[in-house]
Design a protein around this ligand. Structure first.
Ligand code: ACO
Length: 319
């Protein structure tokens, strides 16, 4: 499994946000652990994902012609159509690959791993799975309760069909709680035809979140999802070498570690540097941990996402 990531060059520190809203570095870092985020100055989700795809091909030595599929997990695509994955497919000239986007918000990369695994168990031999977001376009930059949380970026993996790959995917646990969907929304598409009779609130274009409800959901449901995946693979939670959770908030990560009764140093974190990058957060964290040698071959890793939908998912892998 090759890994790569890309973020915009522009870094926005917590204190810089004071120009746009009534906030402080103290409030943001103590409540969330976030110290800075990367923000697009014009790069689109497809731009970031294309860079990840190019890096993955370059480091693997594969040709784009070898790819059978490209999946982009995103909640901030460039267009409703074409899919961001189709734009990437065109830009890297992956002429034999089918390409589509997957929308499961912050669980998107984890849902994508499950789909990719199933494709590789069929007639697909090689594919790219990329989580990419430009969330800065979905943020109301005057709304301090959400604007301070999010960042832009992309991360991905290149997967190949082999006996080794098949045995790397130990177990997955995916869940959707659609009844809680209104706790976290963004990107509402209003009906604006001349025949529309309902006045819609244009504000719903931006992130709206019941922060406490999402916090409660994440800290209760993620540990259960991890436990189900671990049990399904006949392992125990203590057998997991590292937990790579969606990077939304350091307090959520610490609380999950406590609930699972595992040492916090098993829970990798880079939320301080990137903020919440939704579907990109887990693959960015994975790539950093592989590159700095923290994650090594043969280790058991739990990857978990949670967020809009509400969705939740864990994929247990042997790296
Ligand atoms: N700066 C300063 N003050 C702020 C800010 C800010 N950026 N944001 C809110 N406040 C104020 C509020 O106005 C409120 O003031 P008041 O008491 O005078 O009314 C006070 O701080 C407390 O606000 P709460 O919203 O109650 O703060 P809370 O302690 O719940 O923390 C937070 C908010 C950090 C968002 C927390 O609820 C949380 O982490 N929730 C999880 C959300 C999350 O992680 N979502 C992402 C997952 S889904 C996805 O990834 C898409």
């Amino acid at each position: 499994m090759q890994t790569a990531h890309e973020v915009p060059d522009k870094v926005v520190l917590n204190d810089e946000l004071k120009q746009y809203m009534d906030t402080s570095d103290e409030w943001i870092s103590s409540r969330t652990g976030i110290r800075q985020r990367h923000v697009s100055t014009g790069q689109t989700t497809a731009d970031l994902c294309t860079s990840v795809a190019q890096q993955l091909l370059a480091q693997s030595g594969w040709s784009a012609d070898d790819l059978d599929f490209i999946i982009v997990a995103t909640m901030s695509p460039d267009y409703m159509t074409p899919a961001t994955a189709a734009i990437v497919q065109n830009r890297i000239h992956a002429q034999h690959a089918f390409a589509f986007d997957l929308s499961a918000a912050c669980s998107g990369f984890i849902y994508g791993l499950r789909v990719a695994k199933d494709l590789l168990a069929g007639d697909c031999h090689r594919g790219l799975l990329i989580g990419g977001e430009v969330l800065s376009k979905l943020v109301d930059w005057q709304e301090r309760s959400t604007a301070v949380l999010f960042g832009d970026g992309a991360g991905g993996v290149l997967l190949e069909q082999s006996d080794e790959t098949a045995s790397q995917f130990l177990a997955s646990d995916l869940q959707t709680l659609g009844e809680l969907g209104d706790r976290l929304t963004a990107g509402y598409q209003p009906v604006t035809s001349p025949f529309a009779t309902d006045a819609t609130d244009p504000h719903q274009r931006y992130f709206e979140m019941d922060g406490r409800a999402v916090y409660k959901f994440a800290t209760h449901d993620v540990p259960r999802s991890i436990e189900r995946a671990v049990t399904a693979s006949s392992l125990m939670v203590k057998d997991v070498d590292y937990f790579l959770l969606h990077q939304a908030n350091q307090r959520i990560i610490d609380q999950i570690a406590k609930r699972l009764a595992q040492p916090t140093d098993k829970f990798l974190s880079n939320v301080a540097n990137y903020g919440n990058t939704s579907a990109a957060s887990v693959p960015i964290l994975l790539d950093e941990a592989v590159r700095n040698g923290t994650i090594q071959r043969g280790q058991t890793i739990a990857l978990s996402g949670f967020g809009g939908g509400l969705t939740i998912g864990t994929q247990l892998i042997q790296y």
